[in-house]
Ligand binder design. Sequence first.
Ligand SMILES: O=C(CO)COP(=O)(O)O
Ligand SMILES: [Zn+2]
Length: 211
Amino acid sequence: MNENQLREQIVTMGRSLFDRGLTMGSSGNISVRTGDGWIMTPTNVCLGRLDPARLTRLDARGQHLDGDPPTKEAFLHLAMYEERPQDNAIVHLHSTHSVAVSCLPDVCEQDCIPPLTAYYVMRVGKLPLVPYHMPGDLALGDAVRGLAGRHSAVLLANHGPVVAGKNLEAAVYATEELEETAKLYLLLRGQNPRCLTQAQIDALQERYGKP
Ligand SMILES: O=C(CO)COP(=O)(O)O
Ligand SMILES: [Zn+2]
């Protein structure tokens, strides 16, 4: 895809996510890696009403080139890209059920949501919790850097998911799968649901690879 197509794709995906209530107000941000840097959503914009011409462009060193000022979490996206050279897009949302899980007192910090379904295992896998820091806190970058090599998705405590994918479509699919599985997890809490076994997980990863 050329740069204009990537810009249009960010706008289309942002509108779709917002229109379906997957993020609210001016929350969330999206980025894609280009041949010579990144295109990101600007800070304090609604993902449902992005202007392709005003998206932020960063150079290969992460410096602001043009467009509106970048998301306050540009450093967090860059930290994740650094650890995941195979990925070219990142989506961060305040999707309600995922945020709810990130606030639970007894959440497992190594893996916040059990392997309830095949598609969750295929698109997300293990989901570590990143300790709470305020949005824009540079400490989030270090925390994510330590996890992103092994995990394509992380959950920021009391905040929301950050999900990488090989392209924007893949990152959005994984974010949607995460949100729906978080919803299932909350529906099933206290009911001792049957999860996929390790053998079932291994078989999925053998056929479809690790997310
Ligand atoms: O989700 C957000 C902060 O966590 C949104 O921040 P930005 O508007 O700076 O992208
Ligand atoms: Zn956020």
